[in-house]
Design a protein around this ligand. Structure first.
Ligand code: BGC
Length: 249
């Protein structure tokens, strides 16, 4: 069975039909650039463009880089603040001629996919999936069950918001070496470990492709640290899985 997944990111909006049995894209994904400002109308148009590229009609799951309760956006750290209070499922569904849409946090979606099909598969205890990109996203699972909207990228660390210091955007903006950046990530993981004692950290986001450059530099963390396996498709796959679980199919 295929369900459509869309991942709204700070730089791109990408989507594809997802094969739910395999936990992988059924067709190569289509990507459009995120408009700036990343405000509701422009972003909803882009989501519709991605979905219509495939001539898709049927269930759709969409990720959003902020807190989502029900289908209402509650925070918008790295997209336009006019999203706050918007019913994203209603807005996007209307753009798509009334199709049913399920919306969830982007890191939660990536985590759902990693825990079912990727690096967190069959793991007991607490699993923390972290996505490093424009911000830092977090998804916590206890025995495979998601605790949504944890927002651990906004924890304060040495007087700074963690994602301002340790996201890949911070690495790029400040031209940090892998060693310098890994040092910041290590401090962040140590803080999370002190709070939550996870068994496993799954490191996601585009940077997971370069795990060999920084994971070996992360020292002194008790939990196992592994790169995400679905890499940049995890959000798309998790969005589609969540739409299916929401009873759309
Ligand atoms: C947002 C989170 C999101 C993360 C990754 C953070 O700034 O607050 O909701 O998951 O960025 O996009």
């Amino acid at each position: 069975m295929n369900v459509f997944g869309v991942d709204i990111g700070g730089s791109g909006i990408k989507g594809a039909p997802v094969d739910l049995e395999r936990g992988d894209l059924a067709e190569p994904r289509h990507k459009v650039l995120t408009p700036h400002p990343a405000a509701p109308d422009g972003v909803a148009d882009c989501v519709a463009e991605v979905v219509n590229h495939f001539g898709w009609s049927g269930p759709i799951g969409v990720t959003f880089p902020g807190v989502v309760t029900g289908s209402t956006i509650r925070t918008a750290a790295n997209v336009d603040k006019s999203w706050i209070g918007v019913d994203a499922a209603a807005l996007i569904g209307e753009r798509l001629g009334g199709q049913r849409v399920t919306v969830l946090n982007d890191a939660d979606a990536a985590g759902v996919a990693e825990v079912k099909f990727g690096a967190g598969r069959d793991r007991k205890g607490l699993v923390a999936v972290l996505t490093f990109g424009t911000g830092i996203g977090s998804a916590l699972f206890t025995d495979g069950k998601l605790v949504p909207n944890t927002e651990l990228g906004h924890l304060e660390l040495h007087g700074h918001e963690a994602e301002k210091r340790a996201s890949t955007k911070a690495k790029d903006d400040k031209e940090l070496s892998w060693e310098e950046w890994a040092h910041r990530v290590q401090k962040y993981l140590a803080h999370l470990e002190m709070l939550f004692s996870p068994e496993l950290f799954v490191i996601g986001g585009g940077v997971s492709r370069k795990a060999d450059k920084f994971v070996p530099l992360l020292k002194g963390i008790r939990a196992e640290i592994v790169p995400a396996q679905l890499q940049n498709n995890a959000g798309i796959v998790g969005a589609a899985m969540t739409a299916a679980a929401a009873g759309q199919v």
